[in-house]
Ligand binder design. Structure first.
Ligand SMILES: C[S@@+](CC[C@H](N)C(=O)[O-])C[C@H]1O[C@@H](n2cnc3c(N)ncnc32)[C@H](O)[C@@H]1O
Length: 216
């Protein structure tokens, strides 16, 4: 028989677990760092709101385009975008953690995607010249990076005038970036905010680099 005392103990345990969860999330938010490779099981889970098909609807990758993915992890979205730019396009997938890059490389090889270049690099100093890409995207990544503004400025630099950027965010990621914060940071980095889709705790936002105004 369940006594009142048992119910009280269970309720107390639940509250303590929730408080521990909040404290853990706050600690992570104050110390942005890459999601460890040992926790990749979380990034392989299905995502009903920020799905692959919705990313492609918002990003609109076209055959022949050159696209940058920042922080691909194990490549949840990479294959879908690579398929959309095939056969002559390419996806450059830049991740700061070598084990993620190695894992992505072997998964892509297994799936036969040869239009993807997994590269080790840091979003805060992208290893590409100016105006290199038609579009870029990053999902569940921005909040892990210590200098988000510098990263957005780097993305703006490597995108061509008119280039598209899609940022995906979702709770319960402890590094979740709100729409309002993201929009302010995008605009400070020189992007034009266009739209966002999804729900309050899970969304894709789209922005673009203003077209060049300099005469050729
Ligand atoms: C939570 S995972 C998300 C992976 C993937 N985008 C997805 O949605 O499944 C974040 C990824 O961003 C990478 N990352 C974190 N900081 C980075 C940085 N400064 N530059 C490049 N990648 C970074 C991490 O190594 C990790 O693979």
């Amino acid at each position: 028989m369940v006594t009142r005392r048992t119910v009280r103990s269970l309720a107390l345990a639940g509250v303590l677990a929730a408080l521990a969860g909040v404290a853990y999330a706050l600690r992570w938010r104050r110390n942005p760092s890459p999601c460890p490779y040992s926790q990749r099981v979380w990034i392989d889970l299905p995502r009903p709101v920020i799905s692959r098909s919705r990313l492609c609807e918002v990003l609109e990758p076209q055959p022949g385009e050159r696209i940058l993915e920042l922080g691909p992890g194990t490549g949840y979205y990479t294959g879908a975008v690579a398929g959309a730019v095939a056969p002559s396009g390419a996806v450059h997938a830049v991740d700061v953690q070598r084990p993620m890059v190695t894992d992505l490389r072997s998964r892509l090889r297994e799936r036969g995607h040869d239009a993807v270049a997994p590269v080790r690099g840091d979003g805060q100093a992208l290893p590409y010249p100016d105006d290199s890409f038609d579009a870029a995207y990053l999902v569940l990544v921005l909040g892990e990076i210590p200098d988000q503004e510098r990263t957005l400025a780097e993305l703006e630099r490597v995108l061509k005038p008119g280039g598209r950027l899609v940022v995906g965010e979702s709770l319960p990621d402890p590094h979740f970036v709100t729409r309002e914060t993201l929009r302010a940071r995008l605009e400070r980095a020189g992007f034009r905010f266009e739209d966002d889709v999804g729900m309050c705790g899970s969304y894709f936002a789209r922005a673009s680099v203003p077209p060049s105004t300099t005469a050729d």
